[in-house]
Write a protein that binds this ligand. Structure first.
Ligand code: ADP
Ligand code: ASP
Ligand code: MG
Length: 408
């Protein structure tokens, strides 16, 4: 078998953990399998590098940030390769560029555009264990690009797809995908399996256990994907097509995102082109808009509010300042202390009353819903950031998710 095994930051946080990862990888090789390893930066290295950059420059340029952040993973690949070599494994570390990963040139949140597997295949054929730096690739101009926070998962899935690996295993600090973030809801239970679609929604809605683009790529290329713990032998959670699942759960999980900001514009003109002017100006700055609400017209005027990632707020406010006059806005407000809670489930399509149950649970907690958005398999509400933990627990109880999985 050919396996891609990815180890996240907490799995390689210190020397003893790196040694444990090396043992795990090497034992898979000794069973007769080929393994390509992908690693993240050690522990909180990426956060520390970001902090360092801000100490020397309050608005660091995206190119230099990528140059800086990509070093975190390079430390890990060399150390893990050395640890493998100490065990007798013929490991070789490769940066994203050396592993043949090409990206689209967008600093800070690049997409992988191609994977040239020649080098990796050559190393595998020679019996080596390639250890690849996650989260990075080579831009068309030769620069380093990073893939956005959590992007090492995407490196692993992209390599698994390009190499047609038998499985891609994502090793992390929890035993798999849970019904909610176990850090917030101790009663959350591990799901033995989940569909690509549900996992994609959860990941997009804030469940950081998998990078959204990794799930998307796995679905497109039908990569068998598993989330497992680096610290136990539990089989973890399998991510697969919905048709292959035995039961369709109404609600499979709850996601939360504490990093949201909301902007509201008052009294914009009620005529064609207004939404276009505002949202194309935001898109031109590569700001991702999530929920959008346009109110009822009165006297030829309208209110528009929308949410974005909190990180993008300063940039978004500059755009609003620039376009507000041309769209007739009499003013605007913003709130950078909101968050989003969402319920996700493939069975929601055929069940009524799910939204009503969600709103009832939030109201029973006295939590005010500021915005709502729905799709076939999810319902999201914007609430005050500080109310997120309470909301997650109330929803978990409301849908009895602690009993979702037979733990006998
Ligand atoms: P890594 O460094 O291994 O990539 P991450 O911190 O990116 O690890 O992802 C693992 C974390 O994801 C867990 O510690 C957990 O707090 C969080 N998480 C959020 N939602 C979920 C969920 N539904 N199931 C499991 N973990 C979750
Ligand atoms: N080191 C990067 C981050 O912290 C990428 C990753 O861990 O997936 O976001
Ligand atoms: Mg991660």
């Amino acid at each position: 078998m050919l396996l891609v095994q990815k180890f996240g930051g907490s799995s390689v946080a210190d020397v003893s953990r790196i040694k444990r990862v090396a043992e795990r990888v090497y034992s898979t090789c000794l069973e007769g399998h080929q393994v390509v390893v992908v690693v993240s930066a050690m522990g909180d290295t990426t956060d520390e590098l970001i902090e360092l950059a801000h100490q020397v420059n309050p608005s660091p340029s995206p190119r230099e940030m990528d140059q800086l952040l990509s070093t975190g993973e390079q430390v890990s690949i060399a150390l893990l390769s050395l640890a493998l070599q100490a065990l007798g494994g013929d490991a070789i570390s490769l940066t994203g560029a050396q592993a043949g990963i090409t990206t689209d040139g967008t600093y800070g949140k690049a997409s992988i555009t191609a994977v040239d597997t020649q080098r990796l295949r050559r190393e595998l054929e020679q019996g080596r264990i390639p250890v690849v730096a996650g989260f990075q690739g080579k831009a068309p101009n030769g620069d380093v690009n990073t893939l956005g926070r959590g992007g090492s998962d995407t490196t692993a899935v992209a390599l698994a797809a390009a190499l047609r690996a038998d499985i891609c295993e994502i090793y992390t600090d929890v035993e798999g995908v849970f019904t909610a973030d176990p850090r917030l809801e101790p009663a959350a239970v591990k799901l033995p399996c989940i569909s690509y679609d549900e996992m994609l929604e959860l990941a997009c809605l804030g469940a950081v256990v998998l990078h959204p683009r990794a799930v998307e790529l796995a679905k497109i290329h039908q990569v068998p994907l598993r989330v497992r713990s680096s610290f136990t032998t539990d089989l973890g959670t399998e991510i697969k097509e919905e048709e292959a699942m035995e039961q369709k759960r109404v609600v499979s999980g709850i996601a939360h995102d504490a990093q949201v900001a909301k902007i509201g514009l008052f009294d914009v003109f009620d005529r064609p082109g207004i939404a276009h002017t505002l949202f194309s100006a935001l898109a031109a700055e590569k700001i991702n808009v999530d929920m959008i609400i346009q109110g009822m017209t009165r006297d030829g005027r309208n209110d528009i509010s929308f949410t974005i990632s909190r990180h993008d707020l300063p940039q978004a406010l500059k755009v609003v300042e620039r376009v507000k006059e041309s769209i007739g806005a009499k003013g605007y407000t913003y709130n950078d202390r909101v968050g989003k809670v969402s319920i996700v489930g493939a069975g929601m399509v055929t069940h009524s009353g799910v939204a009503a149950a969600m709103f009832a649970a939030l109201s029973a907690e006295g939590i005010n819903i500021e915005m709502i958005s729905t799709s076939e398999i999810k319902i999201s509400c914007i609430i005050k950031e500080e109310e997120i933990p309470r909301a997650v627990r109330a929803l978990h109880r409301c849908f009895s998710l602690e009993r979702l999985v037979d733990t006998k």
